[in-house]
Write a protein that binds this ligand. Structure first.
Ligand code: M6R
Length: 603
């Protein structure tokens, strides 16, 4: 997730762009930049790190007549967060900002290099500006060149482009990534990735649809889709900035649960091809001599690793074990060089995980990070990194970070299965088709959310919760319990369902709440008898399953799928919403629960 802004008018352009970027900084802050076109000259400024660095760099610059500008705040996906990789990207006479991922950038880049274009950055975005200039050479008309450029792009994008070849115009295109265009009463034009950037400036806005592209000049907005001009559907812009940052959701955690479909789409983009998994970030030779994988992480990241360790053993047929980082550090572990050491961390700054990583490096192990924050300490130290692309997660209770970690590790298991030849082409294709469907699986239906809101009132008291599951659904039970604990302050445990009879069942009575994860695709009969045992002891049971279960006090019906991962992701959303709604009813601070911090940088 990145944020983009644009402006045409007579106010101080830099100030308008920086104001907008301030509101979008929650979308990414690896670097920021602006390009401003005034009197047919373009000035561009970029700075790595937070926006205040760009503010400092531009403090002596201002405009005081008609002009236009574009700006960007970046969350790195391709290429490190350096100044060269920061947007806007320049060609010979044009500048572009982009949010999203251009999937076919490598083939476009290759062709452009053959034609003599020189690339300065490692980003996918830079192809857009060179492609536009190449098309302009052929068409000699800016709009045609832009339209042709958009046609040649595959992937997700929200793009703003300015060019000296047409100095009064901003060109835009949207597909899969959000973009809003608006105007004020004076006819000044504003662009932003979300309402927050336009509130207090534009009086009416248009929410662009996928496939829309066009241009704006002072007082004029033209939108096309599939080469046909569209009527403008303007809406008044109202609201306050904080709620706009939350996109109308009550809490960041709620927004992040709803965002999972979009970010999972980002996570798989460019990595899941028709018949194989591809990671540009990895070199296949890196895995030579590796016979086992040691995962190491804390909290939610540990739970995601534990879930995926089942996949690595089954799909890539590689021995996998998972350790809590704070335990690993002091157990004097025996490490062997045929082990790949994989750390998982949303923040990339968790002290225990970082120290465990340093120990593994010191012992000469190959290391790989699965992380959400580029250039974080963990990313800098690891040999290789796979970014999860979840965008900034503000809620202390991790949701989309967990979802994207699981997705990256599932793809990595398949990638290893390819290298190690442990799966047939048919099996791999079936996995790929399930992966492609997952972003749809996690879309939150209103009826589901409403049902969970209603159910939550029955689960506010009692002497505790057991989330139970088997196989992959045991780590999901751990994660469900962790979510509930963090934000409701109620006692909850995740437990392997088959283990209840070895002790915890002694706790069962009507005040013990059991959240039973009962997928059809994995050991349904086994978990069913485990839940029956609890029901016989009068425990209160909320069953989550595609199959009706008569003994449940409450029941949430999921969709039947024969792939465990589809059931996994669907149940993940249910446990997240349940924790959220219980916490809301208890009146807790959902986004900043007591005693917790987003990133634990101490031991
Ligand atoms: O940033 P990390 O993924 O390394 O953080 C690890 C844990 O601190 C984190 O997952 C924590 O458990 C979350 N609050 C869970 O919601």
């Amino acid at each position: 997730m990145c944020g983009i802004v644009g402006y045409i008018g007579r106010e101080d352009i830099k100030e308008i762009l920086l104001d907008g970027l301030r509101e979008l900084e929650y979308r990414g802050y690896d670097s920021a930049g602006v390009a401003i076109l005034e009197d047919e000259e373009i000035q561009s400024f970029k700075a790595i790190g937070k926006l205040k660095n760009l503010e400092e760099k531009t403090k002596n610059f201002s405009t005081n007549g008609f002009g236009l500008g574009i700006g960007h705040t970046r969350w790195a996906t391709h290429g490190k967060p350096t100044e060269l990789n920061a947007h806007p990207h320049l060609g010979e006479f044009s500048y572009v900002v982009h949010n999203g991922i251009i999937e076919n950038y490598q083939e476009l880049k290759k062709k452009l290099i053959q034609k003599g274009y020189n690339f300065l950055s490692q980003t996918d975005t830079e192809v857009i500006v060179h492609l536009f200039e190449e098309n302009y050479k052929q068409e000699n008309e800016t709009f045609k060149a832009f339209e042709k450029t958009v046609e040649m792009l595959a992937g997700a994008y929200a793009i703003l482009l300015i060019t000296k070849a047409d100095p009064n115009t901003i060109y835009f295109a949207k597909n899969g990534s959000p973009m809003i265009v608006g105007n004020d009463e004076k006819g000044d034009i504003y662009f932003g990735s979300s309402d927050a950037a336009l509130i207090g400036k534009a009086s009416e806005v248009i929410y662009l649809s996928d496939g829309d592209y066009g241009y704006t000049k002072e007082g004029e907005i033209k939108i096309f889709n599939d080469k046909t001009e569209k009527a403008l559907q303007k809406k008044p812009l109202i609201g306050d900035k904080i709620s706009a940052q939350k996109d109308g959701y009550r809490f960041f955690m709620e927004k992040e649960i709803y965002e999972q479909s979009e970010v999972l789409g980002d996570t798989i983009m460019g990595r899941v091809l028709d018949e194989k998994i591809k990671f540009d970030e990895l070199d296949e030779n890196f895995f030579e001599g590796i016979n086992q994988i040691q995962f190491c992480a804390c909290g939610t990241s540990y739970n995601s690793a534990l879930a995926c360790s089942y996949l690595f053993e089954r799909q890539a047929k590689i021995k996998s074990f998972v350790e809590i980082a704070s335990e690993f550090r002091y157990k004097e572990p025996l490490l062997s060089k045929d082990t790949l050491f994989v750390v998982i961390s949303q923040s990339g700054e968790t002290a225990d995980t970082l120290e465990a990583l340093k120990m593994a490096k010191k012992a000469g192990l190959k290391t790989l990070a699965i992380c959400n924050v580029d250039n974080s300490s963990i990313v800098r130290i690891s040999d290789y990194t796979l970014l999860t692309r979840a965008g900034i997660e503000k809620g202390v209770a991790s949701t989309k970070a967990f979802a994207t970690q699981v997705m990256v590790m599932w793809m990595l298991a398949l990638y290893l299965a390819q290298i190690r030849n442990t799966m047939s082409a048919e099996e791999l294709k079936a996995e790929i088709s399930t992966i492609r469907h997952i972003p749809k699986t996690v879309i939150v239906e209103d009826s589901l959310h409403e049902k969970i809101k209603r159910l939550s009132k029955r689960y506010l008291h009692g002497h505790g919760f057991f989330f139970i599951g088997r196989d992959l659904f045991y780590p999901l039970a751990l994660e469900g319990a962790l979510k509930l604990k963090e934000i409701s302050y109620l006692h909850a445990e995740g437990y392997p369902a088959g283990e209840m009879k070895h002790g915890p069942i002694a706790l069962a009575d009507s005040e013990l709440f059991t959240i039973a994860l009962m997928p059809k695709s994995v050991h349904y009969d086994k978990i069913k008898s485990n839940v029956e045992e609890l029901s016989a002891r009068d425990a209160t049971i909320l069953a989550i399953s595609p199959l009706e279960f008569d003994l449940a006090d409450d029941f949430i019906k999921t969709n039947y799928s024969d792939h465990p991962m589809s059931e996994f992701f669907e149940m993940m959303v249910i446990t997240q919403l349940l924790a959220l709604e219980i916490s809301v009813r208890l009146g807790n601070d959902v986004d900043m629960p007591r005693n917790l911090a987003k990133s634990v940088t101490v031991e």
